[in-house]
Ligand binder design. Structure first.
Ligand code: ADP
Ligand code: MG
Length: 343
């Protein structure tokens, strides 16, 4: 459906996109994850035609669109800081994009489209209310609706849930994924929220400094991140990253605690282990619990293991307290190893 090859976008000295390759299937929800400044917004603006690449090529449904105008691309972009016309009603806000010169939709068709979008987004009851009198979540729905009515070929959403409160974010997350399936329009959603990426994406593209670091299913990116940099972006609490060195038959960390049996890798490696894969019993060397955090369904322990701070996720009901001695053990097969120097 959409493909980008070697796309470069520069702003003066800054390379916002430094050679991006990306493919999107016709029925796919792609989530682009990356920290602030990674180039996410630039990526969407380039696909929408609001930025012109300095190098590279974009194809949409088999056509080279690299130099097409935004209007000709028929791609909808919901901005991060969306804006409705506050004095207009929801209906007027939704009708607006359909009344643009060149659209030539009959009045009846416009009403039909507005009704259709309102139904999908559950905002039928709000159609005659001024936009200024909507809640944040309602406004966001209308902003999405304003793109939907155009029935674009491709839907781009720039952190659409970021400005909403946690509860609303969760329900809209589910709704958006359902909506996309109903519509069958391919969608690219940008976020810096790892939970959103893991729960919503058919595929996750991790972006860093204008480059695609990894593109895989959410499970794959979580279980087999290609680098510590990618690993750090997914998971809450964050993955434990330890510099380890070979000592006898073990990898040891910090002041010499044995973390894991060593294989045939190099003398020094970087080891990653998710907090849920580090259990508090059965290990060879002790650690001391420093902080216990109750999250409801689980407890998070912050422990000192030979001078290295590590997080462990333990089931609720296990009664750990600061000062306790534990013997951390990595669950079999759950350690990730990268060569030293890999970022
Ligand atoms: P993200 O959306 O992931 O936070 P952006 O795409 O907004 O990242 O920005 C990527 C980089 O490009 C940043 O370093 C940013 O400062 C720079 N940048 C983005 N837009 C412009 C612009 N219009 N002019 C100059 N620099 C820009
Ligand atoms: Mg952005």
């Amino acid at each position: 459906m959409l493909s980008l090859r070697g796309v470069v976008v520069r702003f003066g000295q800054v390379q916002a996109l430094a050679g991006v390759d990306l493919e999107l299937g016709a029925d796919e929800l792609l989530v682009v994850l990356g920290p602030t400044g990674a180039g996410k917004t630039t990526l969407l603006r380039t696909i929408a035609g609001l930025e012109t690449p300095d190098a590279g090529q974009l194809e949409l449904a088999g056509e080279d669109i690299t130099h097409w105008s935004p209007a000709d691309r028929d791609v909808a972009l919901v901005f991060q800081n969306f804006a409705l016309y506050p004095d207009w009603t929801v209906r007027q806000n939704l009708e607006f994009p359909l009344k643009a010169p060149g659209r030539r939709l009959a009045g009846g068709q416009i009403a039909e489209r507005v009704q259709w979008a309102a139904g999908l987004l559950h905002i039928e009851g709000l159609l005659d209310r001024p936009a200024a009198r909507l809640s944040g979540g309602e406004m966001q729905r209308v902003a999405i609706g304003r793109c939907l009515v155009r029935r674009p070929r491709l839907f781009l959403l720039d952190e659409p849930l970021t400005n909403l409160d946690a509860k609303l974010r969760e329900s809209l997350r589910v709704e958006l994924a359902l909506l996309r399936r109903q519509l069958g329009i391919p969608m690219i959603l940008v976020t810096h929220d790892q939970a959103e990426a893991l729960s919503m994406g058919d595929r996750v593209v991790v972006l860093g400094q204008g480059q695609v670091l990894q593109s895989d299913s959410p499970e794959e990116v979580y279980r087999r991140p290609v680098s510590p940099l990618v690993a750090r972006q997914l998971g809450q609490p964050r993955i434990n990253l330890l510099a380890v060195r070979r000592q006898g038959s073990h990898w040891v960390a910090g002041q010499g605690v044995r973390v894991l049996e060593a294989g045939q890798e190099a003398e020094r490696m970087q080891l990653g282990v998710r907090p849920e894969d580090l259990v508090p019993e059965g290990g060879l060397d002790p650690a001391w619990v420093r902080v216990v955090e109750d999250t409801g369904p689980a407890q998070i322990l912050l422990a000192d293991w030979g001078g290295c701070p590590v997080h462990l996720l333990v089931a609720k009901g296990s009664h750990f307290a600061p000062g306790d001695q534990i013997f951390p053990r990595v669950k079999p097969g759950q350690a990730m190893l990268w060569p030293c120097g890999d970022e």
